[in-house]
Every structure is written in structure tokens, then in C-alpha cells.
Design a protein around this ligand. Structure first.
Ligand SMILES: [Zn+2]
Length: 128
């Protein structure tokens, strides 16, 4: 399932949603905060324009809400169910998780958002 051609591959690696060959982001590390959101205009391999329309990625904010909840639930399950922490500690762990993973959450939601509108095209992938 986790290989080129599946949406999951593009979402988790941040690669071009059409050819899965190039990273959409200028810097692959989301924790370089000044570059966390800087993306290439087009894919250098297949020429796909990432911003379909102006402020296209505003829609990713709705996705980031869902992704943020997924991270919060994960933090809750780990701290409350597995570590049996007190409710205050659980709350703190959720807040810390959301802050620490914010760059990842933002990128994941952009990847999910663009993958809703674009689909993998085998003919655009690099021919080896
Ligand atoms: Zn591409």
C-alpha cells in the first residue's frame, strides 16, 4: 500500500500528487520553520502547477483541523490509556503534541488537500 502510485505515498512523503517523483516542498524538513510552508510553484518533473487557483491551500485549514484531532486523540490514548497519566498531564501532553507536531500537521493537511483534487498519473512518472 505504501508505494508510488498510492495517495498515501504522496501524502506521507509530500511528493507531487501527479507523478510522485518530486517533493512539493523546497525544504524536506518541516522543522526549518522559515521554510515550512515554502513550496515549489510547479513540479520539476511533470510540470504540474500545485496552486490550482489563488489561495488554494486555504482549504487545507479544514483538513488540518481533522489531522490535529487525530494527533490529539493519539496523544490522549498514549498518555491516558497506556501511561495512565492524570487528567492534567493528559491535557498538557495533548497541547505539547499539537505544538510540537504543528509543522508536520500543516504539511500533512496540505498533502491531503492537494491529493483530493489531483490523482496519480502513471504516464507522468519518470521513465527509467
Ligand atoms: Zn510531478
Amino acid at each position: 500500500m505504501f508505494k508510488k502510485g498510492s495517495k498515501l505515498y504522496s501524502i506521507l512523503t509530500g511528493t507531487c500528487p501527479k507523478c510522485h517523483e518530486e517533493s512539493m516542498f523546497k525544504n524536506k524538513n518541516p522543522y526549518i520553520l522559515s521554510e515550512a510552508l515554502s513550496m515549489h510553484e510547479t513540479c520539476s518533473n511533470c510540470g504540474t502547477k500545485y496552486k490550482i487557483e489563488p489561495s488554494f491551500f486555504y482549504g487545507a485549514m479544514y483538513v488540518s483541523y481533522a489531522v490535529g484531532i487525530a494527533f490529539a486523540v493519539a496523544a490522549f490514548v498514549i498518555s491516558f490509556v497506556f501511561l495512565k497519566a492524570s487528567i492534567n498531564t493528559v491535557f498538557a501532553s495533548i497541547v505539547v503534541t499539537l505544538i510540537v507536531f504543528l509543522p508536520v500537521i500543516i504539511r500533512l493537511s496540505r498533502n491531503i488537500w492537494i491529493n483530493i483534487f489531483m490523482h496519480y498519473d502513471k504516464s507522468l512518472a519518470k521513465k527509467k
